[in-house]
Design a protein around this ligand. Structure first.
Ligand SMILES: C[S@@+](CC[C@H](N)C(=O)[O-])C[C@H]1O[C@@H](n2cnc3c(N)ncnc32)[C@H](O)[C@@H]1O
Length: 373
């Protein structure tokens, strides 16, 4: 496919997504039908689509309309390209820009458009993030890096990086998170690499790793991951100390991958349908369902689907889960958790943050920065 044809394909796909279809499904259907498209074409079209969804408001403003074509026009203009060079109307290219498609300067746009955020969300994010608002919103308009966690249960981060490099996967150490390796080359080789298959590394965003690094885990602790899902944080806890590790999820099917992942990582995890029966625990991690804002770089259409009503429902659900989980913590461990969470104010109800609790300790805790699992 020519660059112009890729752009036209992305515009068509975006039109379907903008009319409400899930991005992944539309892309998969397109790929199935586009037998002429090679792997590089598919990757390029996918990048066009996801880049545009992350910056949907700003591109529409600059491109002159919230349509697939408008977003592609906006993307070309903001990248400093003359749209007429790719929108020629020839072959599979989109028709040239019409006089009515001038678009506007981004500097003249309202804040929500410049920051690519829904208007209703801005005041809440402002309250939650303060001076970091603009930087956080801008980060969410960029692609997410691929990050690995070195499994300290199996070796050091340096050893993991060397093992990866030997298999053609280049990484850089994250300066803020001592277990995190950011992949800078060979990301497509990870799933088949020995380092991954033997549990030396796991895929996990740095923020999720950082959340677990803050937990007061001690060798011998009985620890419950109350909303374990696929077990990303369960395994991260297990790599930090020698624990009696338990996992629970209201939807047990979400834990289906946990046993094989645990065995790869060299850890034992007990899956519990009734965690109260095995209480008390020294620590209960509650990684409750949240807005998912930490994943908006990877699932940008979710940013535009979140509503005030959905957010309110999530806060209610989080409260319910916290109320159920807190009694499972051994009373003897609560003072330690109180001190860790908020030395000045003691344990408190979670604040109503937009990006919700990525993790909370012992049922009451402080919010984490946007994070993925
Ligand atoms: C943010 S995800 C957890 C991700 C996981 N901790 C990880 O690191 O991979 C939230 C999980 O909470 C589960 N959940 C929802 N309601 C729940 C409830 N009432 N009790 C326990 N788990 C619940 C969901 O099924 C979902 O798997």
């Amino acid at each position: 496919m020519t660059p112009a044809a890729r752009l036209a394909a992305a515009a068509g796909i975006l039109d379907e997504i903008l009319s409400g279809a899930p991005a992944e499904r539309v892309l998969t259907n397109w790929a199935r039908g586009a037998r002429y498209a090679g792997s590089k074409d598919r990757a390029a079209v996918r990048d066009h689509v996801y880049d545009a969804l992350r910056r949907r408001r700003s591109l529409a403003w600059v491109g002159g309309g919230e349509t697939g074509r408008g977003l592609m026009l906006g993307a070309l203009r903001l990248a400093g390209n003359d749209p007429a060079t790719l929108m020629t109307g020839e072959g599979h290219a989109l028709p040239p820009p019409a006089p009515g498609e001038q678009g506007r300067h981004l500097a003249d746009a309202p804040l929500g458009t410049r920051l690519d955020m829904p208007d209703w969300l801005l005041p809440r994010l402002q309250e939650s993030l303060g001076d970091d608002l603009e930087a956080a919103c801008r980060t969410l308009t960029q692609r997410a890096p691929v990050t690995l966690r070195a499994n300290l249960h199996k070796g050091t981060r340096e050893e993991a990086a060397r093992a990866l490099l030997a298999e053609g996967i280049g990484t850089e150490e994250d300066p803020h998170v001592k277990t995190a390796l950011q992949v800078v080359a060979g990301a497509t080789k990870i799933a088949q690499s020995n380092a991954f298959r033997s549990g030396v590394v796991e895929l996990q965003d740095a923020a999720s790793q950082a959340a677990v690094l803050r937990l007061p885990l001690r060798d011998g602790d009985r620890v419950l991951d109350y909303c374990a899902g696929g077990g990303g944080k369960t395994l991260t806890m297990g790599a930090r100390a020698d624990l009696a590790l338990f996992a629970h999820d209201a939807d047990p099917r979400r834990m289906a991958d946990l046993p094989p992942r645990a065995s790869r990582a060299g850890l034992g995890v007990g899956l519990l349908s009734d965690p109260a029966a095995r209480a008390p625990y020294d620590l209960v991690l509650v990684d409750a369902p949240c807005s998912g804002s930490g994943t908006w770089r990877r699932t940008p259409d979710a940013k535009w689907r979140l509503t005030p009503e959905r957010l309110a429902d999530l806060c209610t659900l989080q409260d319910r889960i916290l109320d159920a989980a807190q009694p499972l913590v051994a009373p003897s461990r609560m003072p330690c958790l109180r001190h860790l969470l908020d030395p000045a104010r003691g344990v408190r109800r979670p604040s109503r943050r937009v990006h919700g609790p990525s993790s909370r300790l012992g049922g009451r805790g402080s919010s984490q920065p946007p994070a993925t699992t």
